[in-house]
Design a protein around this ligand. Sequence first.
Ligand code: ADP
Length: 619
Amino acid sequence: MTKLLEESRRTAARLRILAEASERFAEAGLDLAALLREVTRKIADDVGDMAVVWMLSGDTTSLDPLAMRHRDPQSHEVLVEMLRAAQTRPEDGLLGRAMATKQTLFLPRTSSGDVLAGLSLDARPHGGRLGIHSLIVVPLKGRSRAVGSLVVARSRGSSAHTEADKELVEDLARHAGFAIENALLFEREKAARRVAEGARERLTLLADASTILGSSPDVEATVESLARLVLPGFADLCMVDLMDPDEERWHVALAHVDPRKERLLRVARGRLDDGHRDGRALAPIEERRPLLNQHLAAEESRKEGDSPAPPRADDEIRQALRQSGVRWSILVPLWARGRPLGMISFGREIDGPPYTEEDLTWADELGRRVAVVIDNARLFQNAQQAVRVRDEFLGIAGHELKTPLTALQLSLQGLARLPGLGGAGGSGSTPDVASRRLGSCLRQVDRLGKLTNELLDVARIKAGRLSLQRESVDLVALTREVIARMADELARAGCLVALQADDVLVGCWDRERIDQLLTNLISNAAKYGKGKPIALVLRRTDGAAELAVRDEGIGVAPEDQTRIFERFERAVSERNYGGLGLGLWIVRQIVEVHGGVVRVESAVGQGSTFTVDLPLSAA
Ligand code: ADP
């Protein structure tokens, strides 16, 4: 009878514990950590003496003690120490066996030695102090598989577990198993959502970064904005180290979420003047691949016995980094066309999450884009510099050529005026050959003079020095003058010129420049329309003069008709036609400073018509 009473009391107690446990587990809800704490506390208190929940890691490669409890506070500390040192693989020892068989292991009278044998070496001393002698290991079963193990043990001085204890632990484990699995599913769902959100954020960040990268040709300003863009979401600290092409100067962009720490780092970085940079901090550039979670402030490994290295400027930045609390990092070396450009370092503080492989891939992608942009910007700067140097050179060369050329031209003209060489008062006995040669020399010198002037015009126009000396000019008279001056050249080209014009067509223009414009257009017509007639038409239109120069030469293909007005642009081969590709460009400049327009109508083999509209007066 007493036995029956005892039995029913025990059952009632067990039901009460279970009901209470279910309630507590439900209260802990989906918060896994709270739930596990509750499970171990309940079991350590109600069954005794200690309880540990081991959970299978997400990738199922390890078993980790996620919650633990000893009802005696001192022993609790020892238990924590022991578990910190324990290393457990899912297939090892008693825990592994319980999980594999999904069966409870009930060892009410095991020896402390047996328990210790199952522990890793480091954990044994602590285990010894706990003096475990009674053990229950229950697999924690989810709906489909074991998610971990629950270990319940008693220390020296407590009685051995009974069969009833074992059953109670099993019941509790069943309740806990379902609750844990629900909480786990919720955690995983949360983690998956975090990953998806992270991916979306990274994508947005990359789009923003691309906008910044495309916004300005100023590389240094661009990387400054970029360093700030990745804060605070992707990094707490971002540094961009850029080598100058001559590798003697560095540019550093630096941004930290905490302005005080940023100042500290900037000061340290500022001392890193170029001569003192020992390169250790930038060694990862040589790696050519991004590096994950290397300590930004890493010490160089030093062998024992080595004397301490003398302090270097890099040490200061390393110390500043250590003080700033940066722990996780991604280092992305920047390379373009086989050359190193620098490095981007991202850092997160110790309490932030470590960087993941996805973060690394993202940072690498960003690094690639940054490298391309820097490289392009530098190529662009170099090209601009080269163009500046060329224009400067053209100006200087033009001047240098002009002086001896003018002297030569004057001498030849003087010679030509000498009696006997075609000048007045000649006897007529001058050998034809000498005067012919002299004429040829004069023509070549004229040509050289024209080319030199074109070069000088490039320099002048690029420097914005094409100023106009406007005066009243009769375009008809000027055109006749130019045709007359070019009579020899036109005759040699076999071109007859027909001029169709009113008596006068007066406008306010720069005489010399309009002369140059006419000369260029007519000599092109003669050059590209050899042997064919040239028609010049001058008309007055509404407030403007229209000049059309029509030849019947080789013509210009439609795709070339815009570019021939650009500097150095030509649509013919050098072998067939000489020239610098400047004549039409100069024509366009002259027309445009006069407020007019020039255009061409042409078809290959059908001749060309160049038409200029010149406002009669300045706007
Ligand atoms: P250049 O004659 O020294 O090459 P220009 O600037 O005067 O330089 O002309 C640029 C190019 O335009 C020429 O190389 C040629 O291909 C084309 N071009 C100019 N005028 C004519 C023309 N009248 N007929 C056909 N092509 C022409």
